[in-house]
Design a protein around this ligand. Structure first.
Ligand code: SAM
Ligand code: SF4
Ligand code: SF4
Length: 328
């Protein structure tokens, strides 16, 4: 297999470096001229899956649902071009491939010179879409799993089919052939899978990607009592939630608020990609440009609270932590 490197790595390196205090000082020394190093975009917060761990899938997200309209797309393209934003990732809180114009939007952003990435559940990709993604020179793609095999994936990702997804990834991998791009990543997160299940997963996906990442499913934000699952299942999830609550440490480094911006389908801009319900809105790209929003007073106030470690003051930051691996 050809050895490819993730083209986003130099950007991630900058974002991951430094303490929150150092990042705040660096940002303030920019004198109002600081710019985000990359932008995360939500083309839609609708989804064709009902994943049990995700605020989109469990319907615990309360904000309005929709698809990014043309005027927001145009504002996004204009800003990325004007401010030479190095990279744009199509991820956030829905399935981007559901947007009827998603391929054209990716192409428009690519033409500005920015690197482009997409995160997807993969279910809707067919041969024609894969060909177009390769033709427009998509730089990187991440296919999301949960669990480690057909049983655990299908249980967590209601609406998904493990075998079908593996076949789509295989097609993508084969169609890419010897090209340098797109960089193919696979991610999964676990709850209580066994070592054997994890090893089998690595065997299933390892040969069809350049990189895979295995993390932990965060469950604390879920309102288990309102979930449509069996009583036995509820008890299991509550136990895992309790474990997660005890075994956590707050992040020493915020990878979001100081270096980048995240844009919702309606143009609202938030300081964190994980902000699924408008907890940190700092502007809208239909009203102000990216530079003004990035340097706004609202953004400064949130950054100052994070730099001081006052995570509890902001709803999504109070739930943001590195989970110590679950023990079985
Ligand atoms: C919200 S999804 C949106 C993009 C696309 N629909 C997908 O599934 O890849 C983005 C990523 O967040 C991850 N995610 C969502 N909720 C999570 C949770 N509670 N714990 C761990 N990962 C989570 C998903 O696995 C996915 O990789
Ligand atoms: S496919 Fe992605 S956006 Fe949709 S419910 Fe699952 S994790 Fe959430
Ligand atoms: S939730 Fe808050 S602390 Fe965590 S990454 Fe986002 S902005 Fe930073």
């Amino acid at each position: 297999m050809k050895n490819r490197t993730n083209p986003f790595v130099p950007i991630y390196h900058n974002v991951n470096n430094g303490t929150n205090k150092e990042k705040e000082a660096k940002f303030l020394s920019g004198g109002g001229n600081a710019l985000p190093q990359y932008i995360d975009v939500e083309l839609t917060n609708n989804c064709n899956f009902n994943c049990r761990f995700c605020p989109t899938g469990t319907k615990s997200m309360h904000r309005m649902r929709g698809y990014m309209p043309d005027e927001v797309v145009e504002a996004l393209v204009k800003n990325v071009k004007e401010y030479n934003i190095p990279a744009v990732r199509f991820i956030r809180w829905g399935e981007p491939t559901l947007h009827p114009e998603y391929l054209d939007i990716l192409e428009k952003i690519k033409k500005t010179g920015a690197l482009i990435h997409i995160n997807t559940n993969g279910s809707l990709l067919d041969e024609a879409q894969i060909k177009r993604l390769i033709d427009i020179h998509l730089d990187s793609i991440k296919f999301s799993f949960q669990g480690a095999d057909e049983g655990t994936y299908n249980e967590m990702r209601a609406g998904g089919d493990y075998i079908k997804l593996l076949n789509i990834i295989k097609m993508f991998y084969n169609m890419r052939g010897d090209l340098e791009y797109p960089y193919i990543q696979i991610s999964t997160t676990l709850t209580d899978e066994t070592d054997e299940q994890i090893e089998n997963f690595k065997n299933d996906v390892g040969k069809y990607c350049d990189y895979y990442n295995i993390g932990f499913t965060k469950l604390n934000h879920l309102n288990v009592n309102s979930m449509k699952v069996s009583e036995e299942e509820k008890i299991k999830i509550k136990k895992l939630q309790e474990h997660e609550k005890i075994n956590h440490v707050y992040r020493s480094n915020c990878m979001e608020a100081f270096d980048k911006l995240s844009i919702n389908w309606n143009g609202d801009v938030t300081l964190c990609c994980s902000d699924y319900d408008n907890f940190m809105i700092v502007g809208n790209i239909l009203d102000n440009n990216i530079k003004e929003i990035f340097n706004s007073n609202a953004a400064k106030i949130y950054r100052n609270a994070i730099a001081k470690g006052q995570y509890g003051l902001i709803k999504c930051c109070s739930e943001c932590y590195e989970t110590i691996p679950l023990t079985k």
